[in-house]
Design a protein around this ligand. Structure first.
Ligand code: ZN
Length: 399
């Protein structure tokens, strides 16, 4: 039998269950109620948890439940820099409530701002804090490789930062605890907390935007790997004969063949060399194509668009098949505008069926969260880290 228990261990259970009695805690940890009470007394004094009397018991005192004291935790300011070059700003609370949402298109910022995105984020943080003195934590999400323990953006293919030490920079400047996480890993947390993976132990989130990324949840935890790079599905080589160079330097990566950017490039160059497509006039008029134009081409069953998209779905299926074979997930959540097309989803499922083993039963679906996925991501990272990440929790609860 365990003799002692740390406050964090109790808090994690209270957070997970929402409301829990001392007796239930004692049973969970195999300790006496007296020992549990000793720790919870401390937590009650620090106002991290509160007592609630719920209903009447049969005679005697009504049962008392413990829950997290949401008032103890100040507001969270979240910034999410996504692979579609949008900046999402969220103000929310530790119980998941969101009370302010705003988004900015990065490409509408001026050139100088685009080249120093940290300065843009800094200005937003400064402005939000001056308007809301109750902000007590910052949560920043960025694309690319993130070392969340060191708080460093190792490499972002979409954004240029003057310093990679994001956490240190903002912690010093604002004297607030800061968390930094990769965009797709944050999506895993969102799906787990408020999406369709609440009770799913093993699942994959596959994000297709300008680039391609994925992240895995294994036994209810994010799997990061040795270099914190697990799930870089975009750089699986799926076409060894390809001449297309990827942002990573290799050729034939899934991202170089099937990301939004790759698809747009392929269709644009085919039209330019004279292939017939109903998108020809749109390209002539605007001088560029968007993923919405491509989806229009799919809807109209344009021959060229269908040809390029069918090949893209075949490549995506190859990438997903590798993830399925290695991880055996219960669910695959797809994120990205192209998956909103039923035709493309059916093509993808058809291709995947040809490749995967019958014994692998899994569900594959488009996220049901829409833009909420991006707004909630920074909040989800804080909810996940509270009582898990000691340093962050101590700073967040210090007064
Ligand atoms: Zn690559």
């Amino acid at each position: 039998m365990k003799e002692n228990i740390r406050e964090e261990e109790i808090l994690k259970i209270v957070k997970e269950y929402g409301e829990v009695s001392r007796l239930e805690l004692a049973e969970t940890f195999g300790l006496t109620s007296a020992r549990i009470s000793k720790v919870t007394k401390n937590l009650l004094e620090k106002k991290i948890i509160i007592e609630k009397s719920v209903g009447e018991s049969s005679g005697g005192r009504p049962p008392v439940y413990l829950s997290i004291n949401n008032e103890k935790f100040k507001d969270i300011l979240g910034i999410n820099l996504t692979s579609n070059r949008m900046l999402y700003i969220t103000l929310g609370k530790i119980n998941g409530e969101i009370f302010k949402k705003k988004k900015i298109a990065i490409d509408l910022l001026n050139k100088d701002e685009q080249e120093d995105i940290l300065k843009v984020v800094d200005d937003i943080i400064g402005k939000e804090i001056s308007q809301n003195p109750n902000i007590g934590a910052l949560s920043i999400i960025i694309t690319g490789s993130v070392d969340e323990e060191k708080g460093i953006s190792v490499m972002s293919p979409h954004y240029s930062l003057k310093t990679p030490k994001v956490v240190e920079y903002f912690e010093r400047k604002y004297n607030l605890p800061v968390l930094l996480e990769n965009d797709v890993r944050a999506m895993v947390l969102v799906e787990k907390q408020i999406g369709s993976c609440k009770n799913v132990k093993n699942f994959v989130v596959f994000n297709l935007g300008e680039g391609i990324g994925s992240a895995n949840c294994i036994d209810k935890k994010i799997y990061k790997g040795h270099n914190s790079m697990a799930g870089e599905a975009g750089h699986i080589v799926i076409n060894t004969n390809s001449i297309r160079k990827c942002s990573c330097g290799k050729r034939g990566c899934l991202e170089a063949e099937s990301s939004e950017m790759a698809i747009i490039k392929k269709i644009t160059s085919e039209i330019k060399i004279g292939k017939y497509s109903i998108l020809k006039d749109i390209l002539k008029e605007k001088e560029f194509l968007t993923i919405k134009d491509i989806l229009y081409g799919v809807k109209k069953r344009d021959f060229l668009v269908i040809q390029v998209m069918s090949e893209a779905m075949e490549y995506i299926a190859r990438g997903l098949n590798i993830l399925i074979s290695v991880l055996d997930p219960e669910k695959i959540i797809l994120v990205g505008e192209i998956f909103s097309s039923k035709f493309l989803m059916d093509t993808l499922k058809f291709e995947l069926n040809k490749l995967s083993l019958d014994v692998h039963s899994y569900a594959i679906e488009l996220t049901k969260l829409g833009e909420e996925l991006y707004f909630y991501s920074p909040i989800a990272v804080v909810v996940e880290n509270i009582f898990e990440n000691r340093d962050f929790t101590e700073k967040y609860t210090r007064d």
